[in-house]
Ligand binder design. Structure first.
Ligand code: SF4
Length: 483
């Protein structure tokens, strides 16, 4: 286990990207760096910023966190201009990883073109093969580069029309910020699978994956970018276009369960409140007698508060997280490395000894962490360990910009709930139902036309998945690297 990651987050689905863009601010790149810092939870392995000073584009892209890469005057001084976009991502490592760090940039015939993308193009491999046959030479393995080549080869004249033409050819999920000579463009796919919000700071217009990135720079939240909406911001003002066929939106339900920060507002709903509602629903659907409700830190906390408040069982911190195991902590040996979980998290033995506890976590992916946590509670003397999960069983892979293990490695794809309970050695195990999850959002799931993407729980994918055959649906796209 690598100490650079939170051991308890090691067995989670991972949002792969966060994006941020700003038009109309002096030192625009500084705002992007702060915004990306607030979006760091959406991608911790690489970050990049591209700015435009009215004549030239400037870029800095690097492996690692935003802090450490974008906090030096020397770096920020090179990112001049009053408009800029940025991106955080999970990445592959090594040289190919560096090539894939966004924003991607190309000097097109009529304009420079920088793009930062959250999502995944699910027909990228097919489009790439076609473009390759026509002579396109790709610089990266990122699916996002397909968009650049489609823009470059479009028969339309303006950048906006070329981008629209390109996006009409792609399927899947995309929330984009694009910087060109003629302005900043933000766009969300017609289903609105990944989030994108719009804000204002003085005269500046901002787009970001989540509202927390607006909060950090003191910007006010204006509204969500609508599914299928394309917004151009430049000296001529702000113009909104809806160039795609109107579809019923299907935003990702997992943003509310885990990906978004709890202090974000998503689709007008407080993520924190929704997570508390999920905990309350869970306590009604799968009640249990216990002495304490204990969250798995940190993502299980809001649902545990909701579970506690609805059930009347006291909320207690039975697992304590150390805040002093940082990125610079070097493990001296392989043996010590294996102690990683205990270095970062430890059971509060004085509390749990002899007690019956209900552990609340947001999801079970492979189940490896759940096994360790239950054992940690038992080692600390817990009399009974009940596990409640704030999402339905994760049975299917995501193809929309989330790093999911192949289906064969998803515990819930291999076992029923009783087998999973036995595997993690809990006294009882229950997941919230898909209906309960929608209720927590204040909605009734329309089974004929679900209001959200919930495919990782139901297998009901809202788009065609051209690159994925029925046979290997459980395998994430392998030839097109994730961003
Ligand atoms: S498959 Fe799951 S994680 Fe992926 S977009 Fe849909 S709900 Fe979100």
């Amino acid at each position: 286990m690598d100490m650079l990651t939170n051991p308890f987050d090691d067995d989670k689905l991972r949002e792969e990207c966060g994006v941020f863009g700003i038009w109309g601010a002096d030192n625009a790149a500084s705002f992007v760096a702060l915004g990306l810092h607030a979006l760091q939870h959406r991608g911790q392995e690489a970050a990049g910023i591209t700015s435009f000073d009215g004549k030239h584009f400037h870029s800095h892209r690097a492996m690692g966190h935003v802090a450490g890469n974008f906090d030096r005057d020397e770096t920020m001084g090179k990112l001049a201009g009053h408009s800029a976009i940025g991106h955080v991502r999970y990445s592959t490592t090594g040289e190919s990883g560096l090539r894939n760090i966004q924003p991607l940039f190309a000097e097109l015939a009529e304009s420079g073109f920088a793009v930062a993308h959250n999502g995944n193009i699910s027909n990228a491999m097919k489009l790439r093969r076609t473009l390759n046959r026509r002579g396109s030479i790709f610089q990266s393995t990122s699916d996002t580069e397909v968009i650049i080549h489609l823009v470059a080869t479009s028969g339309f004249s303006t950048t906006l029309d070329r981008l629209t033409d390109a996006l009409k050819q792609v399927e899947g999920a995309y929330s984009l910020v694009v910087l060109t000579d003629d302005g900043l463009i933000a766009c969300r796919d017609p289903l609105g699978i990944r989030p994108l919000v719009m804000g204002k700071l003085g005269e500046a217009t901002i787009f970001a994956s989540e509202t927390v990135a607006l909060d950090v720079i003191g910007a006010s939240f204006l509204r969500d970018v609508d599914p299928g909406e394309l917004i151009l911001v430049n000296d001529g003002g702000i113009r909104s276009f809806r160039p795609f066929e109107k579809l019923a939106p299907r935003p990702c339900i997992f943003e509310h369960v885990y990906f978004s920060r709890p202090d974000s507002i998503a689709e007008g709903k407080s993520v924190y409140e929704v997570r508390k509602n999920i905990g309350a629903e869970l306590s009604r659907e799968a009640p249990v007698e216990a002495d304490y409700v204990v969250p798995v830190p940190d993502s299980g906390v809001p649902a545990a508060i909701g579970f506690s408040q609805a059930s009347g069982i006291p909320f207690e911190l039975g697992i304590i997280r150390s805040h002093y195991v940082g990125r610079t902590f070097i493990q001296p040996s392989q043996e010590v490395r294996h102690l990683g979980v205990k270095l970062k998290h430890n059971a509060n033995s004085a509390l749990v000894d002899g007690k019956s506890i209900v552990l609340i976590d947001d999801s079970i992916v492979r189940g490896t962490t759940s096994v360790k946590i239950v054992q940690m509670m038992r080692d600390a003397g817990a009399r009974e360990v009940h596990m409640r999960i704030a999402s339905p069983p994760t049975r299917h892979s995501c193809f929309y910009g989330v790093d999911t293990p192949e289906r064969a490695k998803l515990l819930a794809a291999q076992m029923n709930v009783e087998q999973m309970r036995d595997y993690i050695n809990a006294d009882s195990l229950a997941f919230i139902s898909i209906e309960g999850l929608y209720r927590a959002l204040g909605e009734d799931r329309d089974d004929a036309q679900p209001q959200r993407c919930d495919a990782c729980f139901t297998g009901d994918y809202p788009t065609s998945l051209t690159d994925v055959t029925e046979k290997d649906r459980g395998t994430p796209l392998s030839l097109v690297a994730s961003r």
